[in-house]
Design a protein around this ligand. Structure first.
Ligand SMILES: NC(=O)c1ccc[n+]([C@@H]2O[C@H](COP(=O)([O-])OP(=O)(O)OC[C@H]3O[C@@H](n4cnc5c(N)ncnc54)[C@H](OP(=O)(O)O)[C@@H]3O)[C@@H](O)[C@H]2O)c1
Length: 271
């Protein structure tokens, strides 16, 4: 399904910088009215004013701290009640301060509140209302670390694996209900995320870091092409397909009435 069919309002979380701000720009350019969500209201208002003037679309700002249950409920209410909203870009997230062994457990809790709890709440709300209306789309921003958990902070990787898994599961429930779902798996992307977490991005190999506009333009092209999973830097989509098919090989053997032979467990005698 081509994204051009969705002309309704897009609600973008984490719209004050980086990937979210770039989605806001590209979606405004495509003619979407917008609801911009983040904590920094001043930045959101400046972006809204610029995009409104440049593209002539209507833009609302909804200040919310998505680690606060109350603020998440406010955004959820807007998603459920504003029938003009046809697209959710579930993007707000924070990255790790370093390897898990050095990270602050309270910070990791906050990461889960934002990257998992809020993302889940908004994705579920959008899936429910869009399915009921028979129309809408959800773009969830995951990460390639969902596929290579050995290479980065475990809590962050797990939060992004959650987003990938959630997207695939939601798709299985809504695909036949007029709702389009996409998980975007960016690799390293030039935004504020690393500096915000106190990590210098200068230590990354520049050949692995994508410009944010290229990343979002590729992700939107993947959306237009109807992809469920978009990995902007992956040259050959057959590699993803092979990974998916390898997983499906396991499926018929994941739940049986007895343990596998190699565990040497004798079947319990009937009593
Ligand atoms: N950059 C990368 O290399 C990369 C790679 C893979 C995936 N991602 C994912 O892409 C998404 C966007 O990250 P980015 O790279 O664009 O980083 P960014 O430039 O730091 O942007 C993060 C956005 O999230 C918002 N945010 C942070 N904490 C929030 C909170 N408590 N409540 C509401 N909004 C909050 C920030 O706005 P305020 O501070 O105004 O609230 C900002 O708009 C994240 O989910 C990230 O995990 C990034």
């Amino acid at each position: 399904m081509n994204a051009a069919v969705y002309k309704g309002t897009a609600l973008v979380t984490g719209a004050s910088s980086g990937i979210g701000a770039t989605y806001a720009d590209r979606l405004a350019q495509r003619g979407h009215n917008l609801v911009l969500v983040a904590r920094d209201e001043k930045r959101l208002r400046e972006l809204a004013a610029r995009l409104g003037t440049q593209y002539g679309v209507k833009i609302d700002v909804l200040r919310a701290d998505l680690t606060s249950k109350e603020d998440v409920r406010t955004v959820e209410k807007r998603l459920r009640e504003d029938e003009a909203i046809e697209l959710l870009v579930n993007n707000a997230g924070i990255g790790p301060k370093g390897p898990l062994l050095n990270d602050d457990p309270d910070y990791l809790d906050t990461m889960i509140d934002l990257n998992v709890v809020a993302v889940n709440r908004l994705a579920v709300a959008a899936a429910q209302v869009f399915a009921e209306r028979g129309r809408g789309a959800i773009i969830n921003i995951a990460s390639v670390v969902a596929l290579v958990p050995e290479r980065f902070n475990g809590t962050y990787n797990a939060s992004k694996a959650f987003v990938l898994n959630l997207t695939q599961a939601i798709n299985a429930e809504v695909a036949d209900k007029g709702v389009k779902v996409q998980a975007v798996l960016p690799g390293l992307t030039r935004t504020e995320i690393f500096e915000r977490a106190g990590v210098s991005s200068s230590r990354f190999d520049p050949s692995m870091v994508m410009d944010v506009t290229d990343m979002v333009d590729a992700a939107l092209a993947g959306f237009d092409q109807g992809e469920l999973i978009t990995i902007p830097s992956l040259p050959d989509p057959r590699d993803w397909q092979a990974f998916f098919e390898a997983r499906m090989v396991l499926a018929p053997n994941l739940s049986h009435d007895r343990p596998a032979e190699r565990y040497g467990v004798r079947r319990a005698e009937a009593v």
